[in-house]
Design a protein around this ligand. Structure first.
Ligand code: 5GP
Ligand code: ZN
Length: 136
């Protein structure tokens, strides 16, 4: 993927601040962090999003996210951590190379999560669940 920024980071064609690397994955600091220590974990092979990423590769990056979470927590004395993966424009994905965010959190750091809403009609939840399970 010639134009992919994260592929260029893997190849060393553009600089990054690396914190972990193995044969399949790379972790580096996000250039525009929610909080200091915000890290990104990426597979070395290019896949656009969770739909295209093989299960084994997802396992590789989530295992590294676990390691990085503990290290970041210690390093920046985080009070919590969010693990997120944005997939497609509608979900806020900007870089189309699969990545997991490890976001250290602090009380009152101003970063907001979603606000849930009442969305289901009477029996709708059951039929939505059945619809989803039928696709598994
Ligand atoms: P997304 O919204 O696609 O899940 O998040 C992409 C993330 O990559 C953003 O948080 C953004 O700050 C980060 N990012 C974009 N370009 C670069 C870059 O060149 N270097 C680094 N280290 N992070 C980047
Ligand atoms: Zn890429």
């Amino acid at each position: 993927m010639e134009e992919c920024i994260f592929c260029k980071i893997i190849k060393g064609q553009i600089p990054s601040t690396k914190i972990y690397e193995d044969d399949k994955t790379l972790a580096f600091l996000d250039i525009a962090p929610v909080n200091i220590g915000h890290a990104l974990i990426i597979p070395k092979e290019h896949y656009a999003n969770i739909y295209e990423t093989p299960e084994d590769t997802m396992s590789d990056i989530i295992k590294v996210a676990k390691k990085i979470s503990l290290a970041v927590k210690e390093a920046v004395k985080a009070e919590g951590v969010n693990i997120t993966m944005n997939n497609n424009h509608a979900a806020g994905q900007v870089i189309f190379h699969s990545h997991i965010h490890v976001i250290p959190r602090f009380s009152n750091d101003g970063f907001e999560l979603w606000h849930g809403k009442r969305a289901y009609e009477d029996d709708e939840m059951k039929s939505v669940a059945e619809n989803i399970t039928s696709k598994l």
